[in-house]
Design a protein around this ligand. Structure first.
Ligand code: ATP
Length: 239
């Protein structure tokens, strides 16, 4: 395994008095796609939101390129190079595809020309976004909305892109298209931390996996090794 770009050690968090995550350890190797899988309510979204600074950590450490970002605010996490594509896309109604994309670059201070090049780059990965530039982003199809949400995430030029539920509610063809794009994005040097309920989709994409159950990591390893092991498959994945 290459050096971890990002690590979580002994992380705990929750909402008010209710603890959701317990003693979470995760490593994300630089340049790879890593996935977190688990059933409904396991705590996957809470984990990504804790990393993003949206839910406060109550114990443990979050390290990004060796820097402690455990108490960083959401804009500081983004500024450090970690972008979140949230569950349900969360595109802004009443704003065009282009304006939704531009919002992803709000921390960037480069000239407009550089930001335009970034939009062109995203449209080269997702050509449909160019065709739909002026359309209200919330009127796109589900798959197109996910493209726009991923594009918005890339607009900040992150080193780590976190995606919460890539495939949720999408048709198989749309999922295939998104998986191809994610592989392309990863090859350009953006590491990915993917949360997925669909284990098959996650394992096709990722080199390493962490399985979350009731707020704890139950098992982790290379996706090839996990899916080759019949006992693990049966106990955790049901295939
Ligand atoms: P899903 O795949 O269904 O989205 P998940 O693995 O992402 O599930 P979370 O959304 O992190 O799981 O939820 C974990 C637990 O935290 C659940 O019991 C949920 O009810 C609770 N929870 C999530 N958000 C909040 C919140 N804002 N306030 C209180 N409890 C919450």
């Amino acid at each position: 395994m290459s050096d971890p770009l990002f690590s979580v050690r002994g992380l705990a968090s929750g909402y008010g008095d209710v603890q959701i995550l317990w003693d979470i350890d995760i490593d994300v190797p630089e340049g790879e796609i890593t996935c977190i899988v688990g059933s409904n309510g396991a705590g996957k979204t809470t984990l990504l939101n804790t990393i993003a600074g949206l839910v406060p950590a109550t114990a443990g450490q979050i390290l990004f390129q060796g820097t402690d970002i455990t108490r960083a605010k959401p804009h500081e996490v983004l500024g450090a190079g970690i972008a979140l594509v949230p569950e349900g896309r969360r595109l802004f109604k009443g704003l065009s595809v282009r304006d939704n994309l531009l919002l992803g670059a709000y921390l960037r201070r480069e000239p407009a020309k550089v930001i335009e090049q970034e939009i062109d780059f995203i449209c080269s990965i997702f050509p449909i976004l160019k065709e739909r530039h002026n359309q209200d982003a919330t009127t796109l199809s589900g798959g197109e909305q996910q493209m726009c949400a991923i594009g918005r995430g890339i607009m900040s030029r992150p080193k780590l892109l976190m995606i919460d539920e890539l495939s949720l509610g999408l048709a198989p063809r749309a999922v295939d298209r998104l998986c191809d794009a994610l592989t392309e994005i990863n090859k350009l040097g953006i590491s990915v931390l993917l949360v997925e309920q669909d284990v098959m989709t996650a394992f096709d994409l990722a080199e390493h996996a962490f399985v979350v159950e009731t707020g704890r990591i139950r098992i982790s390893g290379r996706t090839d090794d996990l899916s080759d092991n019949a006992d693990i498959r049966q106990a955790y994945f049901g295939f």
